[in-house]
Ligand binder design. Sequence first.
Ligand code: AR6
Length: 177
Amino acid sequence: MQRLHITLGDITHCTTDAIVNAANTSLLGGGGVDGAIHRAAGPALLEECRKLGGCPTGQVKATQAYRLPCRFGIHTPGPIWHGGTANEDTLLSDCYRNSLIAAAALGCRTVAFPSISTGVYRFPVHRAANIAVSTIRSYLRTHPEMQQVTIVCFDQTTFSAYQTALSESEYNDAEKR
Ligand code: AR6
């Protein structure tokens, strides 16, 4: 059964147990998906975030979801793209894996991700998609209790990049068998 899905849409509408926010290290909100999540959750989210003392890149902090239709927000600052020599790949993989670990610790069985770091932070989308897909698939292989993970893409180009990454990853696994 396929447990990783790629969809096109707005993550603030997701009714998964948790949604992940592509935040910054201050956790005090911003533009892009972070701005959309804070707008949809309402001001109580910012109040809770103010008490968290920020978050290092690749790490995560969880909050309540307030007016969002999910149960929890998992906030993770992705790496800013500096050309690929500043540990960006590992840090991006950390964002996905640590978000899943935090969601599972809260009892979540369904999680939605945005395309972390590929907007304002300028991480190349095909490279980011391969990292996201391989990190999530490797987590799912060893965590059968996680029922469904969705990557919610906001535009067609991003959606196509993640669909390609998923098909290639599935094809490569089938070749190995
Ligand atoms: N649902 C799903 N995806 C969305 C939505 C949405 N409602 N809105 C935008 N995206 P970005 P980053 C997509 O820039 O690169 C913020 O200011 C967007 O089209 O939101 O990690 C933070 O505070 C893109 O494909 O995040 C940080 O300072 C993807 O989400 C900084 O931006 C990520 O783009 C983080 O930059």
